[in-house]
Design a protein around this ligand. Structure first.
Ligand code: GLN
Length: 533
């Protein structure tokens, strides 16, 4: 029988609710339980796929091709489990499915209402995650802050679940803020009291509080919160500001929250195996080298837009005891006429061009790729980064002047990157990209094969355009190698230039599969080359 942990947030957003949820999952997994994670997002987009990364950060893609909230990236990195379509549910998804059922006549003449139709739909999504994952424990994070109008249907559903299943099958963890007020020089509990009252007004009694605070709270504070919120003192946990998010699981574990949750569920409290995580933290704390790597993108003002890419670089750094410092380069700035690339890349040991959509900043990225190729600087291109490195090579090495992607110039003279034929009739923007896992066959003797050390790989995709095979021979004649191919559709997945020290680019997104304890092979070898450069 699956048990359910729900993580809500109070007082303000941005308290690290996702990190708390991931940490709980990691701790329960470390005690031998099979865990699965899920996030509810109250907004009305069906998924974040069509949202601007500057507003929402990166879109994380699951192996089964769902475009999801970036918190799922934290989940996968913490618990090292692949999540799927049951893991990210938005109001948009819930409402559109209820409306579809209504049109189909499934409600047999009933008046369709928020309770029970919308709430039943949400409830089914919770239980579906439990059933399909066969997890012992599902952890569901509710996006937004308690009291938001938009999240009320979700909170009401949780109330019903708490009533139906009771405390042995459900645990409610409320994350809140204990601010420190300068002047009176005190930690203040009132915002937390009020936000627990908000939850109680909606019929939910939280079992645990995880309190974000600048430093450890006192016994007196916990007693006060316990009295006002009807929560046992030992179930009130400090989440002290940490310099590293990966410290949080251990901080929570030391206060016994995982053990308390298991006791509430009447489950055996197996010994926690956290040695691998503690070793990781030790490594992170003792990095004795540094390397600067440039990330050239158009959304660099919001680092979250490239969260998984940045994380993947750092993971590879840990393996080599090296701190990776990212040189965030705005591709649009590179387009200016008299830009001094030597100056911008002065201390840079490697250049990465990540994924992206649309025209803006394209020529700046191409300039950065040209710089990497001409100066033999280690280079990794991802998705759009691969498409642009092909365009750069065609234009500047093969003298194919009109080489472009039809995404930027639909009438390109040399459409070296073009729509796949089955994409030409697509009208809707949402959910219609080439998404999720596809096979890739690696050519022996190449850098790619050397990195993966196997011929058959599967990687996650999120793109609409492809390399146009018409140009393959020409590029090969000039020294480009196509080292990864999807054989089912004959699509190019990886290119490289073997003449150079390290120049490789892939059509898929390796960053979604990197883990702090297990860097992705492409990032691993790229960062290694940067360090050696
Ligand atoms: N815009 C390109 C495409 O749609 C690349 C997408 C990406 O980088 N994720 O194919």
């Amino acid at each position: 029988m699956t048990k359910y942990v729900f993580v809500t947030g109070g007082v303000v957003s941005g308290l690290g609710k996702g990190i708390t949820a991931s940490s709980l999952a990691l701790l329960l997994k470390s005690r031998g339980y099979k865990v699965f994670m899920q996030k509810f997002d109250p907004y009305f987009n069906i998924d974040p796929g069509t949202m601007n990364p500057i507003q929402h950060g990166e879109v994380f893609v699951t192996y089964d091709g769902c475009e999801t909230d970036l918190d799922l990236g934290h989940y996968e990195r913490f618990i090292d489990e692949e999540l799927n379509y049951t893991s990210n549910i938005t109001s948009g998804k819930i409402y559109s499915s209820v409306i579809e059922k209504e049109r189909h006549g499934d409600y047999l003449g009933a008046t369709v209402q928020l309770v029970p139709h919308i709430t039943n739909e949400i409830k089914n999504k919770v239980y579906e995650a439990g059933l399909t994952s066969k997890a012992d424990i599902v952890i569901t994070e509710i996006g937004g802050t308690v009291g938001d109008i938009e999240s009320q249907a979700f909170i009401e559903t949780l109330r019903q679940i708490q009533y139906e299943k009771g405390p042995q099958e459900t645990a409610f963890v409320h994350t809140t803020l204990i601010p420190y007020v300068v002047g009176s020089n005190e930690l203040k509990t009132k915002p937390t009291q009020n936000s627990v009252k908000d939850l109680q007004n909606m019929g939910i009694r939280p079992n645990f509080l995880v309190c974000r605070t600048p430093f450890s709270t006192s016994d007196a504070i916990k007693e006060k919160l316990s009295l006002f919120c009807s929560i046992p003192k030992e179930n009130i946990i400090d989440c002290v500001d940490a310099k590293n998010i990966y410290d949080i699981p251990i901080n929570l574990h030391e206060q016994g929250i995982d053990e308390l949750i298991l006791k509430q569920f009447n489950l055996p409290v197996n010994k926690a195996n956290l040695k691998y995580w503690e070793d990781l933290l030790k490594t992170m704390d003792s990095l004795d080298k540094e390397v600067e790597i440039a990330l050239v993108g158009k959304y660099v003002e919001l680092h979250d837009a490239y969260l998984s890419v940045a994380e993947s670089l750092r993971h590879a750094g840990y393996k080599y005891h090296t701190k990776v410092n990212i040189n965030w380069v705005n591709s649009e700035n590179l387009e200016k006429e008299n830009v001094n690339l030597k100056e911008i890349f002065k201390n840079t040991k490697g250049i990465l061009v990540p994924g992206g959509f649309g025209n803006r900043g394209i020529e700046g990225k191409i300039k950065a790729i040209k710089y990497a190729r001409e100066n033999n600087v280690p280079f990794l291109g991802i998705c759009l980064g691969m498409q642009l490195s092909v365009i750069e090579f065609a234009r500047n090495v093969c003298n194919l002047e009109g080489a472009n992607s039809t995404e930027f110039d639909p009438l390109a003279k040399e459409p070296i990157i073009d729509l796949m034929s089955d994409q030409k009739t697509v009208i809707n923007m949402g959910g219609t990209l080439r998404l999720g896992n596809y096979n890739c066959k690696l050519k022996k003797g190449t850098l790619a094969y050397n990195d993966y050390k196997t011929e058959d790989i599967k990687e996650r995709h999120r793109h609409r355009y492809e390399f146009n095979n018409k140009y393959k021979e020409l590029l090969e004649e000039h020294g480009m190698v196509f080292s990864g191919i999807n054989e089912e559709s004959n699509l190019v997945e990886i290119i490289e230039i073997p003449k150079l020290k390290h120049f490789i680019a892939c059509q898929f997104h390796p960053e979604f599969k990197s883990r702090p304890t297990r860097p992705h092979p492409l990032f691993d070898s790229f960062v290694k080359s940067c360090i050696e450069n």
